[in-house]
Design a protein around this ligand. Sequence first.
Ligand code: C5P
Length: 210
Amino acid sequence: RGGPVIAVDGPAAAGKGTLARRLAEALGLPYLDTGLLYRAVGRIALDAGRDPAQPAQDIAHALLATDLQRPDLRLPEVAQAASKVAAQPAVRAALVETQRRFALDRGAVLDGRDIGTAIFPDADVKLFITASPATRALRRFLQMGGDSTAPDCAARLREMEEALRARDMADASREVAPMRAAADAHVIETDTMNAQAVLAEALRIAQARL
Ligand code: C5P
């Protein structure tokens, strides 16, 4: 490989994306949000009116025709569909090479659920970023422009926390490449940290290993 690989895994809305993007910038490495690949496959199923839990056909071809910058890949219903397609062994298998190839030239920072366990078990640095469901729901709520003084705020937060928990449960309990921290991953609990502190800690860990 032409450079180091840094795996950033963890549950939904733990701050993996923000960290991975900043880490890549700081280290001058390419960055791949692997969740977008599964979201794109989920989106394709929804657009075709198919049940995302049913086996998908011709994933590689469909992916080529999908713009990964589409803002609608960020919608909560697409996250749910992504989690369903992501449990299918054929979908995961179709995406392995894409992810490995991405890091071939210059190394990369990749964020996802199985980067340190399945895609790059030999990654130079493995980070597992996590926080309590309540913290993650609040961060996602504020990130989506939620108003914490609105009368329905508590109800919406509870709803988001429930959705995050359900998706994490599905991602952690599927048979193929379940979400979990690799045995040699550095786990960072971010409940009491801001994004800057998480980046500083990740850089400290990465620099000791690179
Ligand atoms: O990270 P993000 O929330 O965008 O991921 C959406 C879904 O894609 C996850 O809930 C998970 O089911 C799936 N995923 C995965 N493996 C990855 C990245 C995402 O299974 N490496």
